[in-house]
Write a protein that binds this ligand. Sequence first.
Ligand SMILES: [Mg+2]
Length: 355
Amino acid sequence: MDRIVFHVDLDSFYTSVEVREHPELRGKPVIVGADPKGGKGRGVVMAASYEARAQGVKAGMPISLAWRKLPDAVYKRPNYELYGTVSENVMSTLREFADKFEQASIDEAYLDVTAKTTWGVVRDYALAVKMRVREREGLTCSLGAAPNKSTAKIAATQQKPDGLTIVPPDQVKSFLATLPVNAISGVGEKTERVLAELGIRTIGDLAAYPGAELTKVLGRNAVWLWGIAAGIEELPVEERPDPKSISVERTFEHDVTDWSVILETLDSVADNVYIRARNAGMAYRLVGIKIRFEGFRTHTRDRTLPTWTLDRQIVLDTARELVAEFKGRERPVRMLGVRVANLQTPKGRQASLPG
Ligand SMILES: [Mg+2]
């Protein structure tokens, strides 16, 4: 039987939360990220409202460049604590509508609603989800409905913001056929180039390409990619078990050599990891970093702490200490990641209490 899967993606989540908290910002270009310091600021844009995007500002862009484009925009430093709380509320609202629920990121989730609705009335059910999120949290989201996760995710991006795109089983192939290959989550510039050399530009091209040939070029990834393109991916929507680690990564739009930008970004990534651990109630005993240089050479470092902790500053300080060894290398940095592991759940902590 065909499943009915929703992918729900909050629209411009960080900036939308800022506008919700400060209604006077509605309709204005809002940029969340590093302090622009009158155009001299280091660091990057983390999120841009649709008004800012319309003026060419987007996530990952240096904050100084955003300032040159939009000096009059509203600039906000990220408030991960607030975003984490709002995310938790949205997720618990969404969960009520699902048979099976899977949070995919701070602002995205999959809902398997197969037993809750039918393809005949799925639009009403999807509108009810969107309305509930708006009523309870004052935020809009975009929703894609399809028989599998990958198609639902692509559908959700088609009509942002406040979008609703429904792809019933008999329309999956035609819906995917004309979209560019980079509409598939995980297909970056590099894969796009490799595929373009084979004459593959659309998802339809990809689905029609001989699988064996594709495997020669892409290796194991070919099977996964082809399944998505053909609309036959069948991954279940499933609640994630208690994680073994919590990690956040950020890729720079342009490789970065400025060490102050690297540290500022690292702090913000570490802060994000801390909030997620705190929201999950997970104490951690290991803090790790990942740094990727131009050319994809990736290094990881980690440190085990003397005991479990839920302290924010320890994550930030340890991440900075671990990354210090890479300072002074000439190579530009492409990506930074922070993780905490060796996690202890609230349940585990309770059990270890005396009595
Ligand atoms: Mg989003």
